[in-house]
Every structure is written in structure tokens, then in C-alpha cells.
Design a protein around this ligand. Structure first.
Ligand SMILES: Nc1ncnc2c1ncn2[C@@H]1O[C@H](COP(=O)(O)OP(=O)(O)OP(=O)(O)O)[C@@H](O)[C@H]1O
Ligand SMILES: [Mg+2]
Length: 264
């Protein structure tokens, strides 16, 4: 199924998203000559990016290189841009902090901002999908970090996104909870078939989850590797070890010994 792409509006164009038909085919993201500057400094500088429908892409890069800025642009949260950005109308974003409203129960948080007054059952379905069916009526402050992050994922899923944007969603989780959350995202992606763009600092996480790993540097996608391996993957796999060294090298980090774990 070809996903219809829509143009993000920048400061020059005032009209809301124009449809971009057949030319884009089965693409989930098409970015051309994207530039985003803050105070005259281009954080994103003529960036090009294509993500086919259904692809899982991980985005690495040093702190401050512009990963979150790019994600916010793709999410439509930042429109002060130059260049062309085409994304599906149905997209959802989850951040490192779950950003739940403390005065609304979990299921109401999941539905927050959804058009068309959807019923509780919609939230229940998404919460069941992330293994949180027993916390539907809970208050956010009673959730553990991992549960709150799963609630945030459920909130993204009810939007039935063709593009799921994740900004370090596991960053604040302890190591074990993190592995569970990674497995959940891998399962959801396999089940839903949406394109995913995952920003992470964790090279191993990127290699276990993604079809393609990008490195952002100097305002562009400076390097990429394809991870041509079936899932579940083993980080001890020689190909992954080789890619890990290549990516760490590109990030300017010396390779430590890998931790061994598998992700579905
Ligand atoms: N609203 C803003 N106003 C001014 N500068 C900004 C703004 N948002 C981001 N920046 C700057 O743009 C640069 C890129 O920020 P961004 O948050 O995209 O980095 P990042 O790659 O996500 O970093 P990290 O890995 O630490 O999350 C930083 O230098 C940041 O200070
Ligand atoms: Mg960031």
C-alpha cells in the first residue's frame, strides 16, 4: 500500500499540508535540502533523507548534532524550515520522557488530542497491545518508568501511524526494562508494519532493531549502514560486531566489549 505523503508547512508556505501523489510511491519520508537554523546557525544543513514505507531506521549522532531537531520537523512540531519535507498524514511521536498529563487517567492520556471523540475501548486495545491492560484506570504518577513509557507508546499507536517517530524512548529506563521495551517496539513494528525512525545513543540497540542505521553529523546524514540480518538478532553476530565497530568509529568512540542480549 502506497502511503500518501504530505508536505510540512514552513514559514513561507501558509497553507496546510498539500498532498503529494504517486511520484513518492511507497515512501514514508522524503526530505530534500532541509535546513533548520537557530540564531543564524544551521543545525540541519541541506539534509536529504528517504525512508521507504515500513522500514525501521535508527538515527545515531553526537549530542547536539540535531537528531531531535530533525525528529521534531518530521513530526510537524517545527515548521521554521527551508527545503522540502514529505511525511504521511498519520504519524506519531514518543519522547524520552513519557509526557503524561498527571490529572488524567492513563486511558484518557492515551486518547489525548485524538480527533473524533474515540471511546475508552480504543485506548484499552492499545494499552493491551503494550501489556498495560491492567493499568487502564491508573493515575500516571502511580506508573513505573517502564509502564509510563509503554503508556506513551500506546498513545502513539492509537494514531495508527504510518510513521512512528521515537526520540530516545528507552533512554531513561534501567537495563532490564530497556530490553523489554526494545522487544515490545520490535514486536509492534513487525505487527503494524509502519515505518519507524528511532533516535538513540545506543549503537547496539540500533543494530538489534533497525533495517538501516544512520549517523547524523555536520547537519546531514553523514554515514549509513544496512543491517542485513533476520530477527531476532544476536549482538555477538560477526556482522553486527563489524558494523558496531564501524559506527562507533564514525561516532568517534572507541569500541568497548558488547553486552550480549537478543531482541525479538
Ligand atoms: N529551540 C531552540 N533554540 C535554539 N537552539 C536550539 C533549539 N533547539 C535546538 N537547538 C540547538 O540545536 C542543536 C541540536 O539540538 P538537538 O536537540 O536537535 O540535538 P540532539 O542531536 O537531539 O542532541 P541530544 O543527543 O543531546 O538529544 C543544539 O545545539 C541545540 O542547542
Ligand atoms: Mg535529542
Amino acid at each position: 500500500m502506497a502511503t500518501e505523503l504530505h508536505r510540512q508547512v514552513n514559514s513561507v508556505e501558509k497553507e496546510s499540508g498539500q498532498e503529494q501523489g504517486g511520484e513518492s510511491g511507497a515512501a514514508a519520508v522524503r526530505v530534500r535540502s532541509l535546513t533548520r537554523s537557530f540564531d543564524g546557525r544551521a543545525v540541519i544543513d541541506n539534509l536529504e533523507l528517504d525512508v521507504p514505507a515500513g522500514e525501521f531506521v535508527a538515527l545515531l549522532g553526537r549530542s547536539g548534532c540535531g537528531k531531535s531537531t530533525l525528529l521534531r520537523v518530521l513530526a510537524g512540531l517545527d515548521r521554521e524550515i527551508e527545503g522540502e519535507v514529505l511525511v504521511p498524514r498519520r504519524k506519531a511521536v514518543a519522547f524520552q520522557a513519557p509526557r503524561l498529563m498527571p490529572w488524567k487517567r492513563v486511558w484518557r492520556n492515551v486518547l489525548l488530542g485524538l480527533p473524533g471523540r474515540p471511546g475508552r475501548a480504543v485506548a484499552e486495545r492499545a494499552l493491551n497491545e503494550v501489556g498495560l491492560g491492567h493499568r487502564v484506570d491508573a493515575w500516571p504518577k502511580t506508573l513505573s518508568g517502564g509502564e509510563a513509557q509503554r503508556a506513551s507508546l500506546a498513545r502513539a499507536l492509537v494514531r495508527e501511524p504510518d510513521l512512528l517517530l521515537l526520540d530516545e524512548p528507552f533512554g531513561a529506563l534501567d537495563a532490564l526494562t530497556r530490553i523489554t521495551a526494545q522487544q515490545l517496539v520490535a514486536e509492534l513494528w513487525q505487527r503494524r508494519g509502519c515505518a519507524v525512525l528511532l533516535v538513540t545513543h545506543d549503537v547496539e540497540e540500533a543494530l538489534l532493531l533497525a533495517d538501516r542505521v544512520l549517523v547524523m553529523d555536520g547537519g546531514v546524514i553523514a554515514h549509513q549502514v544496512r543491517v542485513d540480518r533476520d530477527r531476532p538478532r544476536d549482538i555477538a553476530d560477526p556482522l553486527l560486531a563489524e558494523l558496531r565497530t564501524e559506527l562507533l568509529d564514525r561516532l568517534g568512540v572507541q569500541a568497548p566489549e558488547p553486552a550480549v542480549h537478543k531482541v525479538a
